[in-house]
Design a protein around this ligand. Sequence first.
Ligand code: TYD
Ligand code: MG
Length: 449
Amino acid sequence: MKTKTMYQCDKCGYETISWTGKCPSCHNWGSLKEKVEIQSPRGEKGKQNKKAKLLRKVEVDLSKRIQTGIGELNRVLGGGIVKDSCAILTARPGAGKSTLLLEIAGDLATDEIKILYISGEESESQIKSRANRILDEIPENIWILSTTSMDIALENIKSLDPDIIFLDSIQTMVLEEYSSRAGSPVQTVECTNQLIEMCKGSRPRAAIMVGHMTKADEMAGLRTLEHMVDTVLLLEGESDEALRVLISTKNRFGRTGEIGLFNMEENGLKEITDSNEFFITKRRRNVPGAALSMIKEGSRLIVVEVESLVSKSFTPYPQRIGDSLRKDQLNTLISILEERGNMNLYDKNVILKTTGGIRVSEQSVNLAIIIAIVSSLKNIGIDQKTVFIAEVGLTGELKKVPQLTDRIRELDRLGYKKCYTYPFEEEIPTKNLDIIKCEELSDVISDIF
Ligand code: TYD
Ligand code: MG
């Protein structure tokens, strides 16, 4: 523990680090008395008596969370907004960050929960017209402040004393104290620091701030902010698709990898609660080029539909387009199909997408991708109650995917009839679902077509 010797005037309370005979403040002689101050390390004030606790006896305080009425958001946050936390919400321009914040505000504001929405991007009337568009009714306790001055924002936080603060966006705010422009590292870091202080002090508050993303899909120079906040939320989605996927890439209060699904509609972002309806097409007959699979995102199992179109190419460089996949994934799968499935695609364009535009990065969907291509190539439709779950190796063998049992049980529950997958040992009892185990890709192709 560090100590520091100070001198304090016992007449007027004036403090100084060096002793003088006469107090410079009240001009009394001999009134400065020595005073020893114990200096606590930065940020540890008032924690001197902290004792270790038995982990088994520590209680989890559930009252520290505010459950929103938006289930998709609660899941991503790991069970609601933590009362003294600071999160950053990031996405490309136009993804729906401001819309999402306003919807959370509309959902949470009550007599007990006061919300302050600070915007450096839009005027109060712009925010109001968006609120009119997306909220059925505007609750009493939402306060709006349109400013780019962090000093004004902080004053308002102190005087209004909100429970939840939204700050849209951190790159537009400036603290007078620093001369650098809005969005510079100094301003963003210092403004974030001030905001965090407002949340973690004796009066707990939750804050979500918006952070802009550059084209390179990185938070615009804001890597440092990721380390400062408790939670980093990412809202993904292509501008020409309605689907928005909310994921947490950092969460001090829950697991990462959970996803929240939303649909951007005329009147705001709507939760997709029935994901098994959203990502498949309801058809009366089988059409060539479509195959189903099941992915696992966080704790969630989702049936996805892969659509493929194979057409003749009139140039020596056929096109391979697959927006919902990783770039190399489609090319690799086409090569496997050519070599191990004995099909020629060198003079064919291949276009691939998923219904609803959900990105599929999981390997479990690879068999369905190849089967969708073959289905289009042969112009033969696949039964809509058949699902394909396996990774396909470069050897053409079907390979293991994680949590196959969970996927099979869920498919059975949803009423699917057939599942093509890799050979496995354990018994998985099913009611409706026929499990067809295949060693090789060519076995699946010859069984179906
Ligand atoms: P916005 O929340 O302003 O995005 P961000 O803050 O991430 O830049 O939303 C932008 C897009 O969403 C805009 O192009 C219009 C569309 N939108 C809808 O389709 N429906 C709506 O109800 C709202 C408010 C926006
Ligand atoms: Mg915005």
